[in-house]
Design a protein around this ligand. Structure first.
Ligand SMILES: [Zn+2]
Length: 265
């Protein structure tokens, strides 16, 4: 009897111990699972944020940027502007503002052989690929990228000669040429962040006008702003300013001169 009682008591104790331990084990297991989920979640989130920052324009064309993505872009924009080459993307070059002295750029070749500032290569290619995917079978071509002073001079002289051939006087020919070709030293092409783009059809330009800002490019010389830009409408000329600025300009209908004027105030 005694032995049996002892055994029963032992069994009872074991059972009780297991019962009292069960909630603790459950809580511990639950906590471990929750911690694991939290760690995994934060890792995944971190991964996607980095992706956005590294590749801010990696969105499908035609889609509007959602809040998350645009805040990621703003962050990357801020990171850029805190470095030494702060405002390179906002450098103003027009008929009243020559290219800055000792302006330094690293050039990289784009398909077709033209060269651009390496900092605009990726967004430019993404924009051209998106244009191709959206509307055309072929990649729109960069027909003019970076130009040296000599090259700009050549274009300028050729344009003047063209007008003179049409019967304009020297002075008239110069005035006409200036409408279309920047005076050497006053062309955005000389800082490597502007491109002239050619597509198979004119539709390309309508697409670019509505979508280029997503890649950081602006329709630099719209018809309605010729007094402000000092340049006649050029549907093929796109200039890089960065996604954040381009989006603001697009949404508010500002040209670069108007935008810079506004942020200086
Ligand atoms: Zn141009």
């Amino acid at each position: 009897m005694n032995e049996r009682n002892d055994k029963q008591y032992e069994r009872y104790r074991r059972l009780r111990k297991r019962k009292t331990n069960r909630p603790i084990i459950l809580i511990l297991t639950f906590s471990i699972i929750m911690i694991a989920i939290a760690i995994l979640g934060s890792l995944l989130l971190k991964g996607s944020e980095e992706h956005v920052i590294l590749n801010p324009t990696d969105t499908q064309p035609g889609l509007t940027l959602d809040d998350d993505i645009s805040s990621g872009i703003e962050e990357s924009g801020k990171q850029q502007s805190s470095t030494d080459d702060t405002e390179w993307n906002l450098t103003l070059v027009n008929k009243w503002n020559p290219i800055p002295d000792n302006y330094e750029i690293n050039l990289v070749e784009v398909p077709g052989g033209e060269k651009v500032d390496e900092r605009i290569y990726e967004p430019l290619m993404e924009m051209l690929e998106a244009a191709k995917k959206e509307n055309w079978d072929q990649l729109p071509k960069v027909v003019s990228g970076y130009r040296t002073q000599e090259k700009q001079q050549k274009f300028y002289d050729e344009k003047i000669a063209e007008y003179k051939q049409q019967g304009y006087s020297e002075n008239e020919a110069v005035e006409q040429a200036k409408q279309w070709v920047a005076v050497p030293g006053y062309s955005e092409h000389q800082i490597g962040i502007a491109v002239d783009i050619n597509g198979a059809t004119y539709d390309l330009y309508f697409w670019l006008q509505e979508n280029s800002y997503k890649y950081g490019f602006i329709f630099r010389y719209p018809a309605g702003k010729t007094d402000v830009t000092g340049t006649a409408e050029e549907v093929w000329h796109y200039r890089y300013v960065g996604v954040e600025v381009a989006t603001e300009m697009y949404e508010q209908g500002l040209c670069l001169e108007e935008y810079l004027d506004r942020i200086e105030k």
